[in-house]
Structure formats: C-alpha cells, structure tokens
Design a binder for this molecule. Structure first.
Ligand code: FDA
Length: 315
C-alpha cells in the first residue's frame, strides 16, 4: 500500500518541473545518478559500452530525452543518435549488433501534432540507416499506452526496410498477450518488460501479481514462437521461468537474450553471461536523466532509499 502510494508520488514527481529543478541542482545528484546513468555525453556512453563489452555483455544505448516539444529538439535527438552510432562503429563496438540503440519515438517528435507519427517514423528510418551502416540495429522503446498503436505501426513500416528492428511490449497492458502473438513470427525481435508508466485500470493490470502472471503468459507465446525474445526484467522468478521455457521449447542459448538496466543487479548480469547466456545492458546517457531516474525510483523503494540516503549524507 505504502509502496503503491510512493510509486504514484514518484511518477508525479517525474512530471514536476519544480522538483526536477531541485533534484537536478542538488550538489550530490550527479554522483548518485551515475549509478544508473553513466554520463551526459556520447563519449561517456561509448566508454561505458566498451567496459561492458569487455565484461562479456551486450549493450543497448538510450539517448535520454522524452517529451520533445518542438521539431528542432526532435531533429537534435535524431542527430545525436546518428552521431552516437558513428562513434560506436569507429570504436569497433557495433559489429554483429553487440551494441545497438534503443529509441523513444516521443523523443523524435511522435507527439508533435497530426504529422508527428509520420515525421518520427522518417527520423527513425534515418537512425535505422545509420545503425545498418554500423552493422547493428534499433529497438523501439514503448511508452504511454496511448502511443502503442502508433509505435507498432512505425515498427511495421521500418521492418519493411530493416527487418531486425525490434519493439518493446509491456506485460502490464491487457492487450499485450495478443500483441505478442502478432509479433512472434520469424525475424521478429520483441523485448518483453513489465512496463514503467502509470496506466489506468481500463487498459492495464494494477496488481503486481497480475502483471507477473501476464508476463509469464506473454513469455510462453514468445518462447514458443519463431522470433527472438528479449527477456527484460530483474525479477529472479521470471528469469528462472524464462530459462525453463527456453529449455521446454528446445531453444539453444543465444536464440533469446536477457536484458537488464545499467546499474541494476550487475552481479546477476555477469552471472548469466558467465553461464553462456546472452545478456544485454540498457545503458542510458544524456542531460535529460531526470524522468528516467524517477521511474527507477518508483519501481523500487530500495532505489529511493539509496538516493535519499546519499542526499542526506553528502548534500
Ligand atoms: P520489478 O521492479 O517488479 O522487480 C522484481 C524483482 O526484481 C524485485 O522483487 C527484486 O527481486 C528484483 N530487483 C528489481 N530491482 C532490483 C534492484 N535494484 N536490486 C536488486 N534486485 C532488484 N519499460 C517501459 O515501459 N518501456 C520500455 O521500453 C522499457 N524498456 C526496458 C528495457 C530494459 C532492458 C529493461 C530491463 C526494462 C525496461 N523497461 C521499460 C522498464 C520495465 O518496464 C520495468 O519498469 C523495470 O524493468 C522494473 O521491472 P522488473 O521486471 O525488473 O520487476
């Protein structure tokens, strides 16, 4: 009950510009944030990627930025992704998709008027071209439920030219088991997560156990399908179930992968990689770390306690 209330407060804080200013300018914030966001510049992302690859991990990089409010900002985000992909390629980190990028369509203008979905699809196309030139690919992050249809439509269009572009599905949405069925075909890459936004009961399971049960149903569909499931969770029970389902479906290691966020359960990331599993770390970077950080706090009181303790002791 307390956790649910804290989660709602934190998700509201994620949208508050006043709280944002307070936290962004707190002297200790930078060092604490670094646990979850390795830096604000492309060079920071490249350096962190190189380190993770040395540790035997794969990487997907998110240039932080959402709630893009004008076309200039959308263009800047597109340019940042193209620049990042060039740098990763020059550093020899992208071959075979070892480092790929994760993209929020809102950051490249999906929400900017009636033309938004079309223009963001065009921007995404350019980023996919840069990824293909670098020998890697793109995964489309999933955001608020009101954008799910538009994002899946963009995925459909991108996949006609770039077959390996992946999507994210969120098990908290009632619709997702059906979406998994639609996307379980050959060549398809689906990242299954629980979902990080505050969604109404009309479209989403509100009870944690229901979200978990939905996750397992979705995983069963994806593991039995012809596509490439990407199991994005830190939940030990779901990680075990994914392993069991892979065996049940005769899947060899490498025909699916685990994914976790940078800084969360790093030991588990390395343990899975050491037993031969593919493990990809979601690595966010950029100036716009505030909303991302607040969602991580909302997921887990321990993360919030860590942050508050650091503020109290060093601030
Ligand atoms: P949950 O938060 O319920 O935690 C389950 C269990 O995991 C805990 O009980 C604990 O045992 C363990 N655990 C969790 N955090 C831990 C910690 N810090 N330390 C130790 N143990 C911990 N969401 C979205 O809406 N759209 C998207 O596109 C994405 N993309 C995405 C990519 C990747 C790679 C990941 C991992 C996640 C996302 N998400 C996302 C976020 C996702 O929806 C979800 O909010 C978080 O992953 C948290 O959910 P968990 O599945 O980890 O379970």
């Amino acid at each position: 009950m307390l956790n649910a209330a804290l989660r709602t407060v934190l998700l509201q804080m994620a949208k508050s510009s006043r709280t944002r200013h307070l936290i962004e300018t707190a002297p200790v914030s930078r060092s604490v944030v670094r646990r979850f966001v390795p830096g604000t510049e492309a060079a920071d992302a490249v350096a962190a990627t190189a380190q993770l690859e040395r540790d035997g991990l794969l990487v997907t990089i998110d240039h932080l930025g959402e709630d893009t409010t004008d076309q200039g900002q959308a263009d800047a985000v597109r340019a940042a992704y193209v620049d990042l992909l060039g740098r990763l390629s020059d550093a020899g980190l992208t071959a075979g998709g070892r480092a790929e990028v994760s993209l929020k369509l809102s950051a490249i203008g999906q929400g900017l008027g009636a033309d938004g979905p079309k223009r963001s699809t065009e921007h995404a196309h350019e980023i996919c071209e840069a990824a293909a030139a670098a020998g890697t690919t793109v995964t489309l992050d999933m955001e608020d439920h009101s954008t799910t249809d538009a994002t899946l439509e963009t995925l459909r269009q991108l996949r006609t030219d770039f077959g390996s572009v992946g999507a994210v599905l969120q098990s908290y949405l009632h619709r997702t088991e059906g979406d998994c069925r639609d996307l379980a075909g050959e060549g398809s890459r689906v990242r299954l997560c629980k979902g990080a936004y505050d969604q109404p009961a009309s479209v989403a399971f509100k009870d944690k156990a229901d979200v978990d049960r939905s996750y397992v149903r979705c995983l069963k569909v994806l593991m039995a399908g012809q596509g490439y499931p990407m199991v994005a969770t830190h939940d030990p029970r779901l990680i075990d179930i994914a392993g069991a389902l892979a065996v049940q479906n005769g899947r060899a290691q490498g025909t699916y992968e685990y994914q976790m966020l940078f800084g969360i359960r790093p030991d588990e990331q390395r343990r899975l990689a050491a037993v031969g599993e593919k493990v990809r770390v979601y690595l966010p970077y950029g100036q716009e770390w505030y909303g991302y950080l607040m969602r991580r706090m909302a997921e887990r009181p321990a993360n919030t306690a860590f942050f508050l303790r650091a503020l109290a002791t060093k601030g």
